[in-house]
Design a protein around this ligand. Structure first.
Ligand SMILES: Cc1cc2nc3c(=O)[nH]c(=O)nc-3n(C[C@H](O)[C@H](O)[C@H](O)COP(=O)(O)OP(=O)(O)OC[C@H]3O[C@@H](n4cnc5c(N)ncnc54)[C@H](O)[C@@H]3O)c2cc1C
Length: 347
């Protein structure tokens, strides 16, 4: 996670914050074949980023909440009938169940979500002393990426994710090959998790609040993870804080628009950079990453203003970027809020 200070827990290993990452490295390769070349590298300092054991963070957070008098129940999924009973009994239900959200399942509208990436990941044992305490993300000229996030010199989370247009025929085999070519331990199928990451904005903002059910959505359930980097933890925490503020002020109806407004710059940046990746121009992508190298990782991911200032110092790279018609189209789409939301079915 890259905005760890937003989480009100001390950043200790006991609380699951196992690696205070100094730098995130992003390498761009020309492809996945053995003759591939390194097309560019960006190195992003991280003022507020940690590699975490997420299950530990969540357990410690739950314990802190319980100590504050909040009732926390775990290990029992909310069924559809339980959900109906919840919305009958409570003024407000916050749906933080990911994409597609439980409320969309209950209302038969899971197709209101659009894009997502499919990701495989697992923790592995090995020798990560060449990279620890830094992390590495690898772009290999497909719409997706692989990563190694060391938790110590001998333990790391490795993973890979693909957008739907570039899904492999055999996910596990593709994951193993990615580990092999990048020099990481090969995970077993049994230890590998499969999950999805929304390509924000993947839900019409008007659906983030569903007043007829007293339901409000945050995090992945609101479809707001970053469509380029796949990061969604900072975004989830960000949405929860905004939602809480608007709920406390009795202005929940305004929360979706307020959240969307804060997220739009990030959506634009991620849409454009993803466009460069999808245009199969790894050297251009490598030059862009080298040009913005040195920005804090949170800014490089979420703050187009900072990225733009960096790019303006590299006019040749900037001109190459803007001379690509598909990129200009993406800027226009993002500017006019033209995304791939599905039309809501009547339920
Ligand atoms: C492999 C992978 C790697 C990622 N790496 C990063 C990263 O490095 N950095 C980053 O910022 N983001 C990363 N992300 C994205 C990030 O994990 C999500 O964006 C983030 O977790 C969203 O948080 P959330 O609380 O909204 O949803 P989730 O974390 O998905 O939590 C939803 C919770 O709801 C529970 N739930 C679902 N249905 C029910 C039900 N019916 N009853 C009870 N509980 C239910 C689920 O069990 C789950 O615990 C990654 C995602 C994946 C898949």
């Amino acid at each position: 996670m890259t905005a760890a200070s937003m989480i009100p827990l001390e950043k200790t290993p006991e609380n699951g914050f196992v690696n205070d990452v100094p730098e995130f490295e992003v390498d761009v390769y020309t492809g996945t074949n053995p003759a591939r070349e390194l097309a560019g590298t960006g190195v992003f300092p991280s003022g507020d980023g940690y590699v975490a054991d997420r299950n530990v963070v969540e357990r410690r957070w739950a314990a802190t909440l319980e100590a504050d008098g909040v009732t926390v129940r775990s290990g029992s999924p909310v069924t559809k009938s339980k959900f109906h009973s919840l919305i009958d009994r409570h003024d407000l239900v916050v749906d933080a169940t990911g994409q597609p959200s439980l409320s969309s399942k209950v209302t038969g509208s899971t197709d209101e979500y659009s894009g997502y990436m499919t990701a495989l990941n697992t923790d592995v044992q090995g020798d990560f002393s060449d990279i620890y305490p830094n992390t590495r993300m690898i772009l290999e000229n497909y719409a997706g990426y692989a990563w190694v996030f060391p938790k110590s010199t001998h333990r790391a989370n490795v993973g890979i994710g693909w957008a739907q247009r570039d899904l492999p025929t055999d996910y596990m085999e593709a994951f193993k090959q990615a580990c092999e070519r990048n020099g990481w331990p090969i995970p077993s199928r049994e230890q590998t998790n499969v999950a999805i990451i929304p390509e924000g904005p993947s839900l019409n903002p008007s659906r983030i609040y569903v007043p007829e059910f007293n339901v409000v959505r945050v995090g992945d359930a609101a479809g707001i993870a970053n469509r380029f980097s796949g990061k969604g933890i900072s975004q989830a925490v960000h949405s929860a804080y905004i939602m809480a503020e608007y709920a406390a002020n009795g202005r929940l109806a305004e929360y979706p628009a307020a959240l969307h407004k804060t997220m739009r710059p990030e959506y634009l940046l991620a849409h454009v950079v993803r466009g460069v990746l999808e245009s199969n121009r790894p050297y251009l992508l490598g030059e862009i990453l080298a040009a913005v190298s040195g920005l804090d990782v949170e800014d490089a991911d979420r703050a187009p203003k900072h990225v733009l200032f960096r790019l303006l110092r590299h006019p040749v790279v900037f001109a190459r970027l803007l001379s690509t018609p598909s990129i200009l189209q993406r800027v226009y789409d993002a500017y006019t809020n033209d995304w791939e939301y599905r039309i809501q079915k009547s339920s």
